[in-house]
Design a protein around this ligand. Structure first.
Ligand code: SF4
Ligand code: SF4
Length: 101
């Protein structure tokens, strides 16, 4: 016997209107000297925006995080929240405001 509510969970709803175009772009600021290269931001980013730069070192001889696909960033700020050394910041760039100026 199917469990109650299962049909509801599997149902797919189609939006009546197309979603509005994105009004925001994001920039990721990484303080490379502060970054420990722990990879937490890489692991927790749901969009594969970040990677550890294995070619470069900071002054503490640690690899640091780098942005590899900024267009994929949704601005969810998971990276910012998870970073133990507060080395990564998500900055919003308001496209709508830039267009009107
Ligand atoms: S804001 Fe979200 S999508 Fe963008 S880099 Fe950070 S974790 Fe990834
Ligand atoms: S979570 Fe912070 S310290 Fe760790 S790699 Fe990312 S930016 Fe660097």
């Amino acid at each position: 016997m199917p469990r109650r509510g299962k049909k509801m969970l599997n149902s797919k709803r189609t939006p009546i209107l197309a979603p509005p175009p994105a009004q925001k772009e994001y920039q990721i600021k990484i303080v490379t000297e502060q970054c420990d290269g722990c990879e937490l931001c890489v692991e927790f980013c749901p969009c594969d925006v970040l990677e550890i730069d294995k070619e470069s070192f900071n002054s503490r001889m640690l690899h640091y995080a780098a942005v590899i696909d900024l267009d994929a960033c949704t601005g969810c700020r998971q990276c910012e929240r998870i970073c133990p050394s507060v080395s990564i910041f998500v900055l919003e760039k308001d496209i709508a405001q830039e267009d009107s100026s």
